[in-house]
Every structure is written in structure tokens, then in C-alpha cells.
Design a protein around this ligand. Structure first.
Ligand code: SF4
Length: 204
């Protein structure tokens, strides 16, 4: 407990935390994934975006938000006028969880124990950065940030407090926008998400 208090009053620099996370074995997910995918951005970031976990491409490249959802996310942030230099992007869970299916690796949702174990790193990222706002992109991120299950559909577009007092803006994960089959519905959801990013900009 004393060590934890010291970490909060005197947070470890992000680079040190990143290096330490490379060897993490706090849950079993490190066993099958390629590498730890830590957050990206500087400690001067004013907003921290939190996704669920790295995808197949992120796992291979070792960087968050570089797959198709990440590219869509980049475009929408630019449209919302959010300067990427003032952002930090990370995931609630830092190893890729998947089910092998032939040659493919199919995304598998992290469970409550894995989210809790990986919160060790998310907490340290937030403590080192102290952002104006954290944005929960989807239910796993919201659960990690708030410390309990969050009804994302009901609270989407609103801000709640995290366990540590950081305001948490609730929205969906950009990958969900890509999965909407109907073109019109997809465009409507994209516009809603872009509007939410404009709200986030006002919180920074
Ligand atoms: Fe550690 Fe998180 Fe990876 Fe689990 S998922 S091994 S807690 S870095």
C-alpha cells in the first residue's frame, strides 16, 4: 500500500513504465500474444483515449490504433480539430487476446480478471499524465476506467468520474462503426461519434 501511495504522489516516468510493462506476466495473456502493446503519446497529453485491447495488426506492429479502426479514429480526430500531440492512446488490456481459427486469429473479449490485472498499467499511465479527461472507447475501457461495469448505451456522450477522480467521457469503440452493415446507419453513427469527439475537445 505504501508503495502504491508513493507511486501516486511521485509517478514513474512513462518510459520507465512502458519498459517495465514489456515483461508483464500479471495475467496469462502474454503467453500467446506477440508483445505488450503499450500506450503511445507524451506525458503532456491533455486527453487519454482508452480502447479495449490491441488487435491483430497492433499485436504484430507493437503500436496501438494502427489497424482499420485506428485509421478511422485518426481521421475523425482530425475532423474534430483534436491535435494528436495533445493526445495519448492506449488500451485497457495490453496484450492481444484471440482464438486461433485456421491461420486467422479471432479477437476474443478480455474477461474481468484480465481487465483488473492490466489496470495496474492503465493506472500508472493516468497517474503519469494526469489528463483533463479520459475517453472510454467501449465497454471494456469504461469498465477499466470506472472500476465497474458501465452501461455504455445509456451513458454514451456523458462524463462520469473514474475511481481516481479523472473525468471519463463514455462512447463506443471506433471498430463498432466499421461493423455496421447498413450504409446510412453507418454514416449516422460516424457523425454521432465525430460530434462526441468535438465535445471531448471542449473538455481538454
Ligand atoms: Fe500484463 Fe496486461 Fe499483458 Fe495481462 S494483458 S500480461 S496484465 S500487460
Amino acid at each position: 500500500m505504501a508503495a502504491e501511495t508513493d507511486e501516486r504522489t511521485n509517478p514513474a516516468p512513462l518510459d520507465d513504465v512502458r519498459e517495465e510493462a514489456e515483461g508483464c506476466t500479471r495475467c496469462d495473456l502474454y503467453k500467446n500474444a506477440t508483445q505488450t502493446v503499450f500506450g503511445e503519446g507524451g506525458s503532456e497529453a491533455r486527453v487519454v483515449f482508452v480502447g479495449e485491447q490491441p488487435g491483430d495488426k497492433e499485436d504484430i506492429e507493437g503500436r496501438p490504433f494502427v489497424g482499420p479502426a485506428g485509421r478511422l479514429f485518426d481521421t475523425i480526430l482530425e475532423e474534430a480539430g483534436i491535435d494528436r500531440k495533445k493526445t495519448y492512446v492506449t488500451n485497457a488490456v495490453k496484450h492481444f487476446k484471440f482464438e486461433p481459427r485456421g491461420k486467422r486469429r479471432i479477437h476474443s473479449k478480455p474477461n474481468a480478471g484480465e481487465i483488473r490485472a492490466c489496470r495496474w498499467w492503465l493506472d500508472q499511465e493516468l497517474t503519469a499524465i494526469r489528463p483533463d479527461v479520459a475517453v472510454a472507447l467501449g465497454a471494456t475501457a469504461a469498465r477499466a476506467l470506472v472500476g465497474k461495469p458501465v452501461p455504455v448505451t445509456k451513458l454514451r456522450g456523458t462524463t462520469v468520474e473514474s475511481a481516481e477522480g479523472v473525468p471519463v467521457f463514455i462512447t463506443v469503440h471506433p471498430s463498432s462503426l466499421l461493423r455496421i452493415p447498413d450504409r446510412e446507419a453507418r454514416h449516422a453513427e460516424r457523425a454521432r461519434f465525430a460530434e462526441e469527439m468535438r465535445k471531448v475537445k471542449k473538455l481538454m
